[in-house]
Design a protein around this ligand. Structure first.
Ligand SMILES: NC(=O)c1ccc[n+]([C@@H]2O[C@H](COP(=O)([O-])OP(=O)(O)OC[C@H]3O[C@@H](n4cnc5c(N)ncnc54)[C@H](O)[C@@H]3O)[C@@H](O)[C@H]2O)c1
Length: 422
């Protein structure tokens, strides 16, 4: 087996893949970043990053080093020592869609050589690496996993926009289908990250990622439901959460919100519940309950707005509502599965005149009747209600609250007599 791998192929140059590619270039690897999305490829070629955590200068340095080649051409995979797959793993009608993994792995199989290592990073259910990925690679290459090439899984933990924890200082869980594969996978990430955590199988590593995301999903659902009932009991849930957080052991705070978004929470736990149902025919009740609670939060936000407008003698139909934030996460441009879109579109369906402001989000697929505006005091003053869905630092909340007749704050950030918290 090759003792000093240098040529790395990373399939998928999204949040995960581009971050990994940049880091691998910075530590000295030769990196080929395969990307099928033409718009993303054009940005990469022009040295324009579409990911907040990677600056244009950082990307430009990688390109200038001559060791980073973004490309759409599968042939550029030729001669790789290490390949990492970081493609999307969505749900299609509630069922895991592994077609992106299958396509990428098939391509890698054509170029797989003896001694090379293939690592899956995409989030998926236990068994994907050791069964599906292995089978495709062996079929396409005619080689044998374990004997001829290494195969492993390493879940990604990046948290876009997090100023404290990034790819370098977040411990990286690593695994292989056998001891040699684990050594190859761990050796690679030891060059990229400060610490790696080896686990005994690829299935454990796959489950680790799903456990982390299911844990968040379920706990967010718990506080979301608590927020609804606490309001009905006329108790401030936010204050209770802050008070509970002073307990130095046995408690971890989660905060309510307008629903969950992004590529992870609305999707990953369902990979686990699907696998459980598929394999043993049982329902993973915690996940299904959490899905149910979290999916209903946008409806709850809309209901609260309806009640508030009603209090002011206004029907939703014809009322002007300013939605602040379209991204699912503060200070990011990521609007995938964003609950803000659900809130805005439900209001439109009810006949409201909906305007939405988000200084980070450029492109978003949303009902054309939602008008994009700037988050100005004038917009707030002209609205019948303002709903803060994503608390970007760039919003001047003081100016907005001072001008708006009514603000529904789903993030517990705004203060004022005219503000109601979720
Ligand atoms: N974004 C996160 O914070 C995060 C965190 C942890 C894990 N993950 C997981 O990592 C995986 C990737 O997530 P992401 O956020 O980077 O997704 P993303 O959509 O930003 O990036 C994936 C990229 O892969 C490209 N692609 C798809 N098929 C391809 C192919 N055959 N060849 C080359 N490129 C291809 C897409 O065009 C896209 O640009 C998912 O499984 C996700 O669940 C994401």
């Amino acid at each position: 087996m090759n003792p000093d791998p240098e040529r790395v192929v990373i399939v998928g140059q999204g949040y995960v893949g581009l971050t990994l590619a940049v880091r691998a270039v910075e530590v000295g690897f030769d990196v080929v970043g395969i990307e099928t999305d033409e718009r993303r490829m054009a940005h990469l070629a022009a040295g324009e990053s579409y990911i907040e955590d990677i600056g244009d200068e950082q990307l430009a340095r990688c390109l200038a080093s001559g060791r980073y080649t973004p490309t759409a051409e599968p042939r550029d995979c030729t001669g790789f020592d290490i390949a990492v797959v970081t493609v999307p793993t969505p749900l299609r009608e509630g069922v895991p869609d592994l077609s992106f993994i299958e396509d990428s792995v098939r391509t890698l199989g054509w170029f797989l050589r003896r001694g090379a290592t293939v690592i899956l990073e995409s989030t998926t259910y236990p068994g994907t690496t050791a069964e599906l990925v292995r089978l495709i690679l062996e079929e396409e290459s005619g080689l044998s996993a374990g004997t001829d090439f290494h195969l492993g899984y390493s879940p990604e933990r990046i948290d876009p926009g997090n100023p404290s924890w990034g790819i370098v200082n977040t411990p990286k869980v690593v695994s292989g289908i056998d001891a040699d594969s684990l050594a190859a996978v761990q050796g690679f990430y030891d060059r990229l990250c400060e610490s790696t955590v080896a686990v005994s199988s690829t299935q454990v590593a796959e489950l680790t990622k799903l456990l982390e995301n299911t844990f968040r999903h379920v706990n967010i659902a718990l506080v979301n439901e608590l927020a609804i009932f606490a309001r009905a009991l006329d108790v401030d849930v936010w204050e209770a959460i802050e008070a509970a957080s002073t307990k130095p052991f046995g408690f971890m705070p989660f905060r309510p919100g307008p629903g969950v978004g992004g590529h992870c929470l609305p999707i990953d736990p369902s990979y686990l519940s699907w696998k459980v149902r598929q394999t043993i025919g049982q329902s993973f009740r915690f996940i299904e309950l959490a899905n149910d609670v979290n999916e209903h939060m946008p409806d709850y936000v809309v209901r609260r707005l309806m009640l508030a407008l009603n209090e002011r003698g206004r029907p939703v139909r014809g009322s002007r509502v300013l939605v602040l934030g379209l991204a699912y996460k503060r200070n990011t441009a990521d609007a995938r599965e964003s609950p803000a879109i659900a809130v805005a579109e439900r209001l439109v369906e009810l006949g409201a005149d909906v305007r939405a402001a988000d200084p980070h989000v450029r492109d978003v697929v949303i009902d054309a009747r939602v008008r994009r505006v700037e988050a100005t005091a004038q917009e707030a003053a002209a609205a019948d209600a303002v709903v803060l869905v994503t608390d970007h630092d760039r919003f001047d909340l003081d100016a907005i609250v001072a001008s708006a007749p009514y603000v529904l704050d789903t993030c517990n950030r705004a203060r004022g007599e005219n503000v109601e918290k979720l």
